[in-house]
Write a protein that binds this ligand. Sequence first.
Ligand code: HEC
Ligand code: HEC
Length: 448
Amino acid sequence: MPRSSRFRKAVRTGGLMSVCALAGGALSVVSAQSQTSRAPAKPPAAESHAEALVSQGRQIFRFDDFGDNAFWSGALQLDKAIAGEKNGGVGPGVSPKTALSVGLKVDANALPKSVLSALKAGKVDLNSPATTLALVKLNAVVGVKPHFKKSGALSSIGLTCAACHSTVNDSVAPGIGQRLDGRPNRDLNVGAIVSLAPNLKPVTDLLGVDAATVKKVLAAWGPGKFDAELFLDGKAFRPDGKTAATLLPPAFGLAGVDGHTYTGWGSVTYWNAFVANLEMHGQGTFWDPRLKDAAKFPVAARAGFDDVRSEHDLITARLPALQLYQLAIPAPAPPAGSFNAAAAGRGKVVFQESGCARCHVPPLYTEPGWNRHRPEEIGIDSFQADRSPDGVYRTTPLKGLWTHTKGGFYHDGRFATLLDVVNHYDAHFGLSLTEAEKRDLVEFLKSL
Ligand code: HEC
Ligand code: HEC
């Protein structure tokens, strides 16, 4: 693992502690003196502080790669695969057509008017990798952050949170439009994109398998899925032979929700630090001694993921704003006419009376408190739960369900439709719902 050379365990010495104590003493004398001479600066009001953090957080969410370009370009050389041989890279290159077909999205607001009108008139060459490069350089490919040489040429690319947790409204063309932050990109084929990398050695080294095996694993993910636990436990397939990857979840409507991820790894900010360091391969600091468990997390334990210390920390200072931004993104309301309001009204009663609201407590639609359950409580297998520290599934907050019907429901998309979910609960809890009640319940779920 090339990163491990950069990892350093913090060493606390008695000498260092006493210097700190001295400095602390000196500081308190200074502040006591300055208090007598002038009043301390007034801190900003909570509202303006929050506003500033939210807008910083939006920038970070969309455009910050935390220095992960050293991994995606420097190590995996993904930029070379995009450029193609004709443009100084390797292989055929990635045309905009291919990029859109693997679910990458284009931010129309980043395009100059001339490009937009050329696009609308069908005058942009969507078969040329040079066009993709131009879009990347315009910072228009959602979740792909360009870095430049002094000459203005592209030097590298990094990945941002927006790649997986944003999409666009298709206002210009399919895959091209205004950004919709927080919506899971269920078109994005992360596996196909990573597979393009000319150098998979950092991944094969980490997992201890060959490139053919890694490619087989990546090909099995399919659109809208990623396996955040693969780099911890090396488990690529479930016992039934299907991919171990999970669906990309929404990153909206999270305020008030305790546990995050499908298996409740921790809070939003816990998971942000986890993802930025361990998945995106940004440069930062991360501490979680639970990952020392070599039986459960053999890959993570071997790589020292429990204690990551990069020399230049580009993540930690970003966490407060990033957290506040995600907590501030509201769950989008369903479009008018997308559900039957009268049926949804009746379905609300079914939701209450069937015990759904016992776990999906309105208006959070997850439990206030420790919102996790053992697999048998919801009648499913424990495979994914067992890949997490607590062996549980987190009660999914249900608002904005209508934004991610593609790819199915539950962590792995095992239920293709909401009716399939309802049928599962009907059998598991012995609810004996009538067909009409099931339909009403589905309309209610679509209305959230
Ligand atoms: C490669 C795709 C990918 C990228 C990039 C990514 N995530 Fe995620 N994110 C996921 C997946 C998959 C999960 C579900 C993981 C699980 O349950 O094991 C997830 C889970 C989450 C959750 C939990 C949501 C919930 O309700 O439980 C949050 C919050 C989140 N990500 C925020 C972020 C932020 C912020 C970034 C950037 C620092 C980021 N993600 C980068 C794929 C991604
Ligand atoms: C014992 C607690 C509990 C009860 C009761 C319960 N759920 Fe759930 N629900 C969960 C958990 C935990 C998950 C996450 C499962 C997973 O991702 O594998 C979930 C997931 C879901 C999902 C999928 C969300 C998504 O984005 O994939 C829907 C929809 C849902 N529940 C609706 C209902 C309805 C309708 C009822 C009543 C018939 C109900 N739930 C009863 C705990 C519960």
